[in-house]
Design a protein around this ligand. Structure first.
Ligand code: MD3
Ligand code: FE
Length: 185
């Protein structure tokens, strides 16, 4: 997967500042960011090639635990390579449907994950996500603010070069037959 779509460093919209996290994708739609905004793209921004298919093992995991009838369209791969890599508090809201859960698989070094409520300024809790942890964000939690405060370097030997890999599976488009709900975009 990484051979077909190498990690790249996205930049923030407006400021053009580089992310501390490296990213790549699999599936028909990949999440990306550039100066004009955040959106889903059918091709790798640097190679111009379509993203490779989502590995069958991950599609099977989605079937088993998502409770959602249609397959995911995006597998975003976040690589926290160095000790300073983090992800600020945000909501995942670039998808057409929020009916589908988001499924996350953490691999490699553990991380301190922060999750709040539906308001940016509300209270938050922190949780440790360790290698092998699968989290399903469904229902109201699908829209909770969340981020990664820090990675605990050296906490896992899974990845030979160290660091943390997080794979998130998402449905991006609304499947045939799913009706638009008030509040969705
Ligand atoms: C809670 N990634 O890519 S995954 C992201 O570990 C992202 O790389 C983090 O947030 C990471 O957007 C966290 C766990 C996760 C994913 C989606 C969520 C938690 C979530 C959506 C709503 C609430
Ligand atoms: Fe997120």
């Amino acid at each position: 997967m990484i051979a077909a779509a190498p990690f790249y460093r996205p930049t923030m919209p407006r400021s053009g500042r580089p992310f501390s996290v490296l990213m790549t994708n699999a599936g028909p739609l990949g999440w990306g960011s550039d100066k004009s905004g955040y959106r889903y793209l059918a091709r790798h921004p640097e190679t111009g090639r379509p993203w490779p298919p989502i590995p069958p093992r991950l599609l099977a995991l989605w079937k088993e635990v998502s409770g959602y009838p249609a397959p995911p369209e995006c597998c975003l791969c976040n690589y926290y390579a160095d000790a300073g890599a983090r992800m600020g508090l945000h909501q995942d809201r670039d998808e057409e449907t929020f009916e589908a859960p988001v499924l996350s698989l953490s691999l490699g070094d553990a991380a301190i994950f922060r999750v709040g409520g539906l308001q940016r300024r509300g209270p938050t809790r922190s949780l440790k996500l360790s290698s092998g942890d699968v989290v399903v964000l469904a229902g109201p939690a699908r829209r909770a603010f969340h981020g990664i405060d820090r990675v605990l370097a050296g906490s896992s030997t899974l990845l030979p070069q160290g660091g943390r890999l997080n794979l998130t599976l998402r449905r991006v488009t609304r499947p045939d037959g799913e009706t638009s709900r008030c509040g969705d975009r």
